[in-house]
Design a protein around this ligand. Sequence first.
Ligand SMILES: *Cc1c(COP(=O)(O)O)cnc(C)c1O
Length: 370
Amino acid sequence: MTNFKEIAASLKFNSVIHNFNAGPSILPREVFQQASEAILDFNNMGLSILEIGHRTDAFQSVMDEAQSLLKELMQLNDSKKVLFLHGGASTQFFQVPMNLLDDNATGAYLDCGTWGIKAIKEAKLFGNVNVVASSKDRNYSYIPRQYTIPDDAAYFHYTTNNTIEGTQVAGIPDTHVPLVADMSSDILSEEMDFNRFSLIYAGAQKNIGAAGVNIVVVDEAILGKVNRKLPTMMDYREHIKNGSMLNTPPVFAVYVCMLTLRWLKKQGGVAGIQKINDQKAGLLYSTLESLPMFRLPVPIEDRSKMNVVFTMPDVETEKEFLSVCKSNGMYGVKGHRSVGGFRISLYNALPLSSVEAITDLIKDFAQKKG
Ligand SMILES: *Cc1c(COP(=O)(O)O)cnc(C)c1O
């Protein structure tokens, strides 16, 4: 009888495939292997991870390890609580103001792209929104620098990395207003003082794991201040009290996160992966900049290290480049429909070798088109 280990070992991963998908996106291959083993036999229990109770010791230890790894990798202090919730990052667009923004209070927001726009729309359902700055005037291709966050704002919300537009906020805004950040597409990709934030949220499917779970890191001190009744499932305090198991958590998605966090720790944690991420982004941007055929819409200081956006002078050449990518096993390079052109995502799990492969292809293409 063939056992699962042999099946997993016999799975042939085509080495010429390079996955630049924007999300869901590439995860470490060892995570795929371990996750598939756990579906067939979890921890040598003879049971699948999909058929055991979430309150078993076996799953409890997955949840505990996932939470403690995240705390360790983000170097969080004890007032920060780690939750694994349902509903994707998009649910946080309204769960955040529901928990933090009173009817007559004001939330300050940075309007920097597609995801931020959605967060602003939802916040308006609960209180006042003050858009302190916007980059709409230039199709969201840059990060505004000059703005004031009002002292009396309940919080300041921004998207650290604009996945679609290919921009990223450098550094942390200097304010004493509580910071709330959507870090869906760059969480754990570079070192930063995560303790500066009162609330961080991120859909797992870009840098941390499988779709179906989102991570919320919240400082307990900011909770319980709104004058509003909250549905139990929407109340962060209830989730904290219940160890992120108020109801059945997305068990498999949490497990995949835990495996990816273990992998990240082995890479030297955030500092270790940042070195490779810097190399990856540096190589791709410098290659694109050296070739006049490619246009980079984002100014250098605002460029995302996770999502590299570029266009070409005409649609015909773009089509040609896309088909060259396809025939060379380069997946997920087409730009978002709202921006056009190309987007190459360089999340943590993407190896440097994939970036080397696509830069070689880019140079080759440019030379041939001369
Ligand atoms: C992908 C993404 C989202 C949406 O995440 P869902 O989990 O699909 O709701 C929100 N914000 C950012 C920055 C994203 O990249």
